[in-house]
Ligand binder design. Structure first.
Ligand code: GLO
Ligand code: MG
Length: 344
């Protein structure tokens, strides 16, 4: 039996098209309407930010959080959806302007930890055990602005406090080398797992790998995934694409480098990722030029490309692979891969 892959995306992937150089170009889609699109587009799970579930989360009491999450959970149930993860959105809050967990001000570091604990409560109420930590502003614009040695200790301390808050919760660090900061403290999955090993329960700290982030770090996304998969640490992915070293593009999966996309699917297959029941998550942006009524094509196209590449992985002639590897004839193997991808 071949296990089937299940797909997720974040509601922020349906967006108005504003960029640093121009305003929104499409009307906002109300959150409830976005949730209604999931099944229709072929997706089973929702990636949440904490404040997607509970707006203005800092100002809410525990009872209010409970009530708002119960309402959200009911909508998910009604739509036949589940929450894949909850991510504390520290980077949009004024208090997180220079990073939360690694802020210079101890009171702000405490705020970030408190907010992350609330995200854990929200995750429990929405029925997921997975917290994703994209450490957006945990880094520097200029190196002299923080003590980087202390910053890493602050990160471990924050992770430990999250682990203490709930003995079941799992933390997946989403590494990214830059943007919004000049330099992030946790740029690769290697860094993330090294930090995991320093926590009080490394078995509950793993990673989420995003294609574009690996490319921005000058690394191969499939190899980054393989590194985490080898140690059972790949707890989600953000498949997308990135055309070289420029702003974070979040292009549709496979759009910039089809062969690299093929290898990401291949490595997930090699490690039986589908059987882990983890989701194939997307983190994609539609082009700003796209008209409002066709602004979900990046989601369906990415999913379809994944499934088409999955078919390519499963139908690659094994005997040719074995023969080429046996003969150490990688020129022939490469040509066979290219021909297979081109359909001949
Ligand atoms: C930005 C990140 C971002 C996160 C999301 C979940 O570069 O990829 O989209 O994945 O906020 O924390
Ligand atoms: Mg992402």
């Amino acid at each position: 039996m071949t296990a089937e892959y299940r797909f997720s995306f974040g509601p922020w992937n349906i967006h108005e098209g504003a960029d640093p150089f121009g305003p929104p170009v499409r009307p906002s889609v109300e959150f409830g309407k976005k949730l209604k699109l999931y099944k229709e587009l072929g997706f089973d799970a929702v990636q949440f930010h904490d404040d997607d579930a509970v707006a203005d989360v800092d100002s809410k009491s525990a009872a209010q959080i409970e009530q708002e999450c119960a309402a959200m959970k009911q909508i998910l149930d009604d739509e036949g959806l589940v929450a894949e993860f909850v991510a504390p959105r520290l980077w949009e809050d004024a208090k997180g302007i220079d990073g939360g967990f690694t802020a210079n001000d101890a009171a702000l570091r405490q705020w970030a930890i408190d907010r992350a604990r609330r995200a854990i409560d929200i995750a429990n109420l929405l029925g997921t055990k997975l917290i994703v930590l994209w450490l957006a502003r945990e880094g520097t614009y200029i190196r002299e602005s923080k003590n980087a040695v202390d910053a890493h200790h602050h990160l471990v301390d924050a992770l430990n406090q999250m682990l203490d808050h709930d003995p079941q919760i799992q933390l997946a660090i989403e590494p990214k080398p830059n943007e919004p900061m000049d330099q992030a403290y946790v740029p690769t999955i290697g860094h993330a797992l090294a930090i995991s090993a320093q926590t009080k329960d490394p078995s509950r700290v793993g990673g989420l790998i995003e294609t574009a982030h690996a490319v921005l770090a000058g690394l191969d996304p499939a190899d980054e995934m393989a590194f985490a998969l080898a140690f059972d640490k790949l707890w989600s992915v953000h498949l997308n694409d990135q055309n070289g070293l420029k702003y974070d593009q979040d292009k549709s999966f496979g759009a910039a480098n089809l062969r690299a996309a093929y290898n990401q699917v291949r490595v997930l297959e090699l490690a039986n990722y589908a059987q882990t029941e983890r989701y194939v998550g997307l983190d994609v942006k539609v082009m700003r030029t796209q008209k409002a009524d066709k602004a979900t094509l990046h989601l369906t196209n990415s999913r379809e490309v994944f499934l088409m590449l999955l078919d390519k992985v499963r139908t690659f002639p094994k005997h040719i692979e074995q023969q080429c590897i046996h003969d150490r004839n990688y020129e022939a193997l490469e040509f066979a891969v290219l021909k297979h991808l081109m359909g001949s």
